[in-house]
Design a protein around this ligand. Sequence first.
Ligand code: SF4
Ligand code: SF4
Length: 204
Amino acid sequence: MAEREIRHHGICTWQPASACEGCPLSGRLKCRFDWGALLHFIALFFGFAIPAIIGAIQGGYGWYLLGWAAYSLIFFELWEGRILCSHCPYYAEDGRVLHCIANYGLFKVWRFHPEPMSKAEKAQLWVGLSILMGFPFPFLLLGRQFAWALVSLWGAGLFFWTLRRYTCSQCVNFSCPLNTVPQELVDEYLRRNPVMGKAWGKAV
Ligand code: SF4
Ligand code: SF4
């Protein structure tokens, strides 16, 4: 029993599905990996990124997209991985590859941090996301690709609106500044996951 609890830091998200039977949170949180949720996230992000890529290439700034790709790699793998994802129950899975409903397949550089994000990490997340989402726009404007800039801006707005409404309201990374899960559901998840509950100062 003790050995089983240590696996995946004892986080219920990574226990066999049979452990979810009778759980009051079942169906109310995105607490189990789901391909549909992952594809939804990817499709939404592409709705922003593809118009930006097309516009940058048509405007003659295609090579600058390599800088965007390099930043994205560093951001997702290292920066966001530490300040956001390392606090997420999905990051608690044993092994070095992340299997989650957004950044699926990334290499896990960091250890799992069950405590909530700090204020400094939340501030960094806004800075990092602003750079990520804002990167292509100067090149779209310099290349006079105003229509593609507008489509991409619309895609970015739709991405955040849909994400916040349908994903952040059920996401298990509760300390993310975008998270809107009701407190009673957060408390129940923390109660079911003592390693997190203790790190959040809520262990009984
Ligand atoms: S909170 Fe944990 S036990 Fe409950 S349904 Fe989600 S993964 Fe299963
Ligand atoms: S669900 Fe979100 S916060 Fe959690 S590991 Fe995936 S990308 Fe990071």
